[in-house]
Write a protein that binds this ligand. Structure first.
Ligand SMILES: CC(C)(COP(=O)(O)OP(=O)(O)OC[C@H]1O[C@@H](n2cnc3c(N)ncnc32)[C@H](O)[C@@H]1OP(=O)(O)O)[C@@H](O)C(=O)NCCC(=O)NCCS
Length: 186
């Protein structure tokens, strides 16, 4: 189906908040939760948002980076908030924030953030499918969208850079990060 035939959706139509108490199986023997356990929850929440927005299956194409700001311990509850920042033709950037709550003390802290790109795909062929346009309502949504468009641009620059490196390793050191072009150094 063409993208312009899809019903546009708002950010709030797909945003989710999931919560889970951290178990011993999520942690190392010292009781500190593995980064991988948090990453799985981030991927899961972002996937829910992507599927809700796309109205189709969606797969993780890439994760920019994940920062872990604070440790999480067994017995704490993590809350994962995820919402769509940008809808491209077939891809979507999802922003995720994770907070951890000490249930006994009732205190909460920001533990992690991440940006993920999902691509809507056809269940049978696995080929990318168009996603609905994103309706931006609030100033915050517009600000996040601008950031997401910039990051998409940077991802494309990096991809071009990596491809050029594979073809010509000397090109790697001559990248103009402003344009994404390789430049010759005399
Ligand atoms: C993600 C996937 C569907 C992309 O397929 P593709 O044929 O390379 O897609 P295209 O080059 O046509 O690009 C489609 C869109 O994905 C985006 N995209 C592709 N690779 C990307 C990447 N690594 N990071 C971010 N976006 C990416 C493109 O920018 C494009 O966006 P747009 O349509 O909004 O402009 C395909 O690589 C795939 O199936 N990967 C495996 C996904 C998976 O199994 N994930 C779970 C891993 S554990």
């Amino acid at each position: 189906m063409d993208k312009d035939k899809l019903q546009p959706k708002r950010v709030q139509d797909s945003m989710v908040t999931l919560a889970r108490v951290m178990q011993p199986s999520d942690a190392n023997p010292g009781g500190i939760v593995h980064g991988g356990s948090v990453m799985k929850e981030i991927d899961n929440a972002a996937g829910v948002v992507a599927i809700k927005h796309a109205g189709n299956l969606a797969v993780t194409a890439s994760i920019d980076r994940i920062d872990f700001h604070n440790m999480i311990f067994i017995g704490e509850m993590i809350t994962i908030k995820a919402s769509i920042n940008m809808a491209g033709r077939t891809s979507m950037e999802i922003g995720v924030r994770v907070d951890a709550e000490d249930l006994l003390k009732g205190t909460s802290r920001h533990v992690s953030s991440a940006y993920l790109t999902f691509v809507a795909v056809d269940k049978v062929t696995g080929k990318p499918l168009p996603v609905p346009e994103l309706i931006l309502v609030t100033d915050e949504e517009k600000r996040r969208n601008r950031g997401a468009l910039k990051r998409k641009e940077l991802r494309m620059v990096l991809k071009k850079f990596e491809t050029s490196c594979k073809l010509d390793p000397t090109a790697c050191i001559n990248l103009d990060v402003g344009t994404g072009n390789t430049v010759s150094v005399s």
